[in-house]
Design a protein around this ligand. Sequence first.
Ligand code: ZN
Ligand code: ZN
Length: 322
Amino acid sequence: MAGLQRLISGGRPATPFCRLFRFAVQNAAAMDRWPRYGTGIGLGVIHVGALAALIPAFFHPSALIAAAIASYCTGALGVTLCYHRVLTHRSLRLRKPLEYLFAIFGTLALQGDPIRWVAIHRKHHAHADDEGDPHSIRRGFKWAHMDWLYRNNIAMPTQAEILRYAPDLYADRFYRALQYLSVPLQLSLAVAFFSIGGWSWVIWGIFVRLVASYHSTWLVNSASHMLGYRTYRTGDRSTNCWWVAMVSFGEGWHNNHHAFPFSARHGLRWFEIDMTWWHVKVLAFLRLADRIRIPSEAMRRRLAHPAVRPLASVSDGWAGGP
Ligand SMILES: [Zn+2]
Ligand SMILES: [Zn+2]
């Protein structure tokens, strides 16, 4: 390392660049957890861009349809089905080309590349609502919803932790390549939208879609750890929240999910509508998915509360383990 620094400075007195380089090298691990100004600015720009949808000149019905289709592909197939249920929890297996296609869709949701997304989410499950949780609800609704992304976050996985939490994805050259393609893919989609439908498609298909996708995913981390009811003893604050499930393709049945993270089905009772589970069934019927895992009746009985109750009346785990 000293040799590398000497090479940069060329043996001359340290320039500001050399000092900055040395500082970066020495603090590389800690920097992973520093405030992410770039992320914050990027999210701000995307939210401001979405406000342009309020200008009537930027509205066209075709733009709404393009945004809905893109939202379905990137949010439902990309993030919910592929990133979460296939890659993070291995709840089912997709045919490899389909897995890769859906992973590209997920990357277009601009929530991070698959390796990073999976590592953060696995760390969330490993430390749910505890100190190591990157978006613990202990720090409040706004922190769990979005502040954790761009504020100083001691629980954000370091580069070393990312490799430790997602070695299976890191071993795959395709996912290593996707680490560098989030922005180029998004820009390519924006150019494609612009060339087909002009600015209205860009405003609705990129900016409005991203904002809607962000908040529906973030609500799973915030509202589904705070509002709703709990069916199972999980040792955390996860809840089943019907309206989050509606806007996140079934992810709002989050207490069920924390109880059985391996399950491809999150809505476990007849009224818990889980649109992503319907996709799993169709893909299995088409022989495009297999190795589908769901909890047995015995497993569900073992973790079930005597009666489903609201979060306020539950002390299990929150005060020290189930
Ligand atoms: Zn959770
Ligand atoms: Zn999960």
